[in-house]
Ligand binder design. Structure first.
Ligand code: UD1
Length: 354
């Protein structure tokens, strides 16, 4: 197949490119080498890949790269929480306008292949919970009073009793709670609308959980917690955990995420729909930090410092059953071994700070 990978020079995209190219597919990449994530050209670029340096908001870049492609794997995206609301236009431009421009060119060129979209678990907002009395419930955002008082666990909106975290399934209601999350929901809707209006097009949205692994950008305002902790250890400082360290997440290795993309792109019958992409083995933040710190050595231990970030959700853990059954996805990297590799993998060069 000939496959266009947007963001193919980046953290996840480059692993998708490796896996497709190694399997004999012809890969074209669109990437703008965003200076917030890259300090020049990364050293994992490949001679057997056709890189088009440009931005996904530029229709001419899509027009040059898309002809002849059987599939588009859309990874290019501005990620994370950003600095503050002033970042909103940049997120919407890069993620939503970029997607709309690509789809408009796909329409113009009568593209009729597959679209695989990098989405995120942030579209769910606070994860899934059960109450002993009221079964499945959806707690509202945690209040400042509760967070200030160290009451971190969401409580049942009906009886105020503590809740048990559950595994989120793909049909959970969407509840984006930050700008990035809102742009991911919009990307999913734009792609689905395109598919409805273009017979033959299949859209697969992969909702990534907390991805980590080699090539991850080092600590920036846009980085997730695994990168922040890895950067801290590299500087000889302890990872600092907010709240009580009991937040639950699903840390999934980048190679497993790349494999989910490969499966969605190349399975003989296009598999449309939405899929959680996670390891299927959630952990607390403290467990992850301990595994990482232990593997790093040098005696640094994680420190639970308390405090909170207002936009954070408490627990988000996913059911991967649908991806396992429909895509044949089999995550293979266990937390301990993945963190051991991550603890010593070279960090990506520091990007230019704003
Ligand atoms: C993260 C990403 C989100 C992405 C999602 C799935 C960010 C900011 N968030 O969401 O974009 O879609 O994974 O891949 O990139 N924490 C600490 N100490 C720190 C930093 C964070 O304890 O120094 C805690 C936070 O309070 C939170 C948890 O770690 O409880 C996870 O934080 P983070 O990785 O930033 O956000 P996610 O909500 O998991």
């Amino acid at each position: 197949m000939r496959i266009l990978v947007t963001g193919g020079a980046g953290f996840i995209g480059s692993f998708v490119v490796d896996s497709l190219t190694d399997e004999g597919h012809e890969v074209v990449v669109i990437d703008n080498l965003d200076p917030e994530a890259h300090d020049g050209r990364p050293d994992w670029l490949r001679a057997d890949v056709d890189y088009r340096w440009g931005d996904v908001t530029d229709a001419s870049v899509w027009r040059a790269a898309l002809p002849g492609c059987d599939a588009v794997c859309h990874q290019a995206s501005k990620v994370g929480l950003g600095v503050d609301f002033a970042d909103a236009p940049a997120y919407v431009a890069s993620n939503d306008l970029g997607t709309a421009v690509g789809l408009a060119v796909a329409h113009e060129l009568r593209f009729s292949g597959r679209i695989v979209l990098a989405s995120s678990m942030v579209v769910y907002g606070e994860g899934a919970y059960t109450c002993a009395e009221h079964e499945v419930v959806r707690p509202p955002p945690r209040s400042v009073d509760d967070l200030e008082a160290g009451r971190y666990e969401p409580r049942c909106p009906r009886c105020d009793e503590p809740l048990k975290p559950a595994m989120v399934t793909e049909d959970a209601p969407l509840d984006p709670r930050n700008v990035y999350a809102a742009t991911k929901v919009q990307q999913e809707y734009l792609c689905r609308t395109f598919a409805r209006e273009h017979p033959g097009v299949t859209v697969t949205a992969l909702r990534y959980h907390n991805v980590y692994g080699p090539r991850m950008p080092s600590d920036t305002p846009y980085a997730g917690v695994a990168s922040i902790f890895r950067t801290a250890l590299a500087k000889g400082t302890a990872p600092r955990l907010f709240e009580d360290g009991g937040q639950r997440r699903d840390f999934v290795h980048v190679k497993d995420v790349a494999e989910a993309n490969r499966l969605a792109l190349v399975t003989p019958q296009g598999v449309g729909g939405t899929f959680n992409v996670a390891s299927g083995r959630p952990s607390t933040l403290l467990e992850m930090a301990e595994a990482l710190a232990a593997a790093h050595g040098e005696g640094l231990r994680p420190e639970v410092v308390g405090g909170y970030r207002l936009g954070d959700v408490r627990h988000v853990t996913a059911s991967i059953e649908r991806a396992v059954e429909t895509l044949g996805y089999r995550p293979s990297v266990l937390l301990a071994e993945g963190m051991a590799e991550f603890a010593t993998a070279p960090l990506r060069r520091s990007p230019r700070r704003r």
